[in-house]
Design a protein around this ligand. Structure first.
Ligand code: XIL
Length: 300
């Protein structure tokens, strides 16, 4: 195969990217994105602040721009994200307790109803665990509504769109030895044991010098998969853009049947949230394929 998406399809997987609605008028950007990728995540446009800027008033203008571009080009869409401590609109930031809990439920229902039946997987809850050695929950206004907020979000999501896979998504849960990874693993195991609906774990996989790729990544992927969930690599970027590290990530996913796909967090280095100088993606700022691109294509 000669593109990332087609190469991933050879093993029944997908290869996706984050798309920014503001760049859909850039033909250099869209031609690479359309040619290479077969799964799309909206980089910001389906987040809480974008989709419910005022309580009870939903706005899908930019989310739909990304969604429609993907669909018109034959691509599937991952939904990102419904319940998160970050990128909350001001009205939600100022809520707490039972009114925040109800607002979260209403938000999940409102956004999922709009895209019902049309999303491959939703990141229902994003980044709910703490960094560091606690292995526990991140403190946030959502966490303060009660420890059951995550399972309430997943139960709400299942009812809102039974066709979507429901994912828990986080960063720094790539290294199997880290407390945060174990904390998420224990939550997913508990959810599966108690019948809380969860279908997938998203490993964001933002690799950098503080959280570098480690060869135990394959153990992380296979361990989550053994709980009975799919694993998706949802926001891959690698500071410095090492071709061999990119190949290792692909090989680790391909080694686990339930690792169903990989998404890189942007098209060209100049599109990355980390800035061009990090050189974290597969295409340079001029749209040329980098060494990392060839490494990924060969590994798929
Ligand atoms: C980032 C976007 O790339 C930026 O454009 C935005 O300013 C901040 O959010 N984890 C996530 C993503 O789940 O939503 C984040 O995306 C990157 C970290």
């Amino acid at each position: 195969a000669s593109t990332l998406g087609a190469a991933a399809q050879q093993s029944g997987r997908y290869f996706g990217t984050a798309i920014a609605s503001g760049k859909l008028g850039d033909s250099a950007y869209t031609s690479i994105a359309n040619r290479e990728f077969d799964m799309v995540t909206a980089e910001n446009e389906m987040k809480i602040d974008a989709t419910e800027p005022n309580r009870g008033q939903f706005n899908f203008t930019n989310g739909d721009r990304v969604f429609n571009w993907a669909r018109q080009n034959g691509k599937r869409v991952r939904g990102h994200t419904l319940a998160w401590h970050s990128q909350q609109p001001g009205w939600m930031q100022s809520l707490s307790g039972s009114s925040l809990r109800q607002a979260m439920i209403d938000h999940i229902n409102g956004v999922m109803a709009h895209y019902r039946g049309n999303i491959y997987a939703w990141d229902v809850v994003n980044e709910a665990f703490a960094d560091g050695n606690s292995g526990g929950r991140r403190s946030s206004n959502l966490q303060s509504t009660g420890n059951d907020w995550i399972e309430v979000a997943f139960r709400t999501a299942r009812n809102a769109d039974p066709a979507a896979k429901l994912c828990y998504n986080d960063y720094n849960i790539d290294n199997w030895t880290w407390a945060k990874t174990q904390g998420v693993y224990n939550m997913v195991r508990d959810f599966k044991q108690r019948g809380v609906p969860i279908d997938c774990v998203g490993l964001q996989s933002h690799f950098n010098s503080n959280s570098p790729y480690n060869s135990n990544y394959r153990t992380t992927i296979s361990s989550f998969a053994a709980l009975g969930v799919d694993v998706q690599i949802t926001e891959l970027d690698i500071q410095g853009g090492s071709a061999s590290t990119y190949a290792s990530v692909v090989n680790d996913c391909l080694a686990v049947a339930r690792c169903t796909g990989i998404t890189v967090w942007g098209v060209r280095d100049s599109d990355s949230w980390l800035g061009s100088s990090a050189s974290p993606l597969l295409f340079d700022g001029s749209g040329n394929k980098k060494g990392a691109y060839n490494s990924v294509l060969n590994a798929l």
